[in-house]
Write a protein that binds this ligand. Structure first.
Ligand SMILES: [Zn+2]
Length: 314
């Protein structure tokens, strides 16, 4: 019966083949599962992140941060922060800390405020201003000029363009002259009423007030020495020569808002941005940063502090 024998052995081989095939499938599946368990997607799912959140996390964070994230509890703010336009990875822990102290603030405000250091007290961790950035240098209550910083190219301002005794950085002054000449063609006489101040002068301004009224009142009145933009030689306070009071209510102010950036000047302490700049709204205070940068800041619609931290110091 050779036919039957053959059939029997074929059957035997077939069964062995099917068993091997099943084992192979099980093996491949086990390897696949093992591999998946090693992925960040699986691990993040285990601590309750959702798939759309995981997509954001894995596309924006490197392995070091993802590993760190796995040691912490689920936090829905993290993926949301990562999609904020001005999110900076180096500030992640500070954002989360600031959120816990300000749970009602919008995340965009949290990011903006922490980026400009407003989660820290004024003058608390003063950094020395990077003066190598030239007209793009940042001076505020977190970045200060050192006592021995020497302002370059300071020139006297002619009484055609400002009150007597003013001086300014030459490049800033040349730009202001072009600005003032063009404003005049449009019928406005814009003049400088405060400009370059030395460290010593700013120090005296603040210290005198401190001695009279205490630190709190002195800080509300003037920047501490090193932290006033006027010490850069790049900042000016302006007025309308024909209507010298309340510059913010003059037509010449509107002209400045619409045109000053073309000459390299930006309104430094805008209305509604007091929390960001750390200064009350000052319609008269303009800062020279150069026409290219001023145009970028104007188009971006953010303060110089925010622009600097995100684009020039990130
Ligand atoms: Zn000023």
């Amino acid at each position: 019966m050779p036919k039957l024998k053959l059939k029997k052995s074929v059957k035997k081989y077939l069964i062995i083949f099917i068993i091997i095939f099943i084992l192979l499938i099980i093996g491949i599946k086990a390897i696949k599962t093992y591999k998946y368990h090693q992925t960040y997607e699986y691990k993040l799912l285990q601590i309750n992140y959702k798939l759309d959140e995981i997509k954001i996390l894995t596309s924006k964070l490197d392995n070091k941060y993802l590993d760190d994230l796995l040691t912490k509890e689920y936090n829905s703010n993290i993926p949301k922060l990562l999609t904020e336009k001005y999110f900076m990875l180096k500030n992640l822990d500070r954002y989360l800390n600031f959120i816990s102290k300000n749970p009602d603030k919008a995340l965009s405000d949290i990011v903006a405020l922490v980026n400009v250091n407003r989660d820290r007290d004024f003058y608390e961790e003063l950094e020395t201003t990077d003066t190598s950035k030239g007209s793009a240098m940042l001076v505020n209550k977190y970045h200060a000029l050192s006592k021995d910083y020497e302002c370059e190219d300071i020139v006297k301002v002619s009484t055609t363009y400002g009150y007597s005794g003013m001086s300014l950085n030459k490049e800033a002054y040349d730009a202001f002259k072009r600005l003032a000449d063009d404003a005049k063609k449009d019928g406005y006489t814009i003049v400088i009423l405060s400009s370059y101040r030395t460290y010593e002068y700013q120090d005296k301004l603040w210290t005198d007030r401190k001695n009279q009224k205490g630190i709190e009142k002195a800080d509300a009145y003037a920047a501490r020495a090193g932290s006033s933009e006027h010490e850069t030689g790049l900042a000016i306070d302006v007025a309308d020569y024909n209507n010298p009071i309340n510059f913010g209510e003059q037509e010449s102010y509107t002209w400045m808002l619409n045109n000053s950036y073309k000459y390299g000047y930006i309104l430094r302490y805008p209305q509604g941005k007091e929390d960001i700049t750390g200064y009350d709204y000052e319609a008269w205070h303009y800062r020279y940063v150069g026409a290219d940068l001023a145009t970028k800041i104007h188009n971006e619609g953010i303060t110089f502090d925010e622009y600097y931290e995100f684009y020039l110091n990130n």
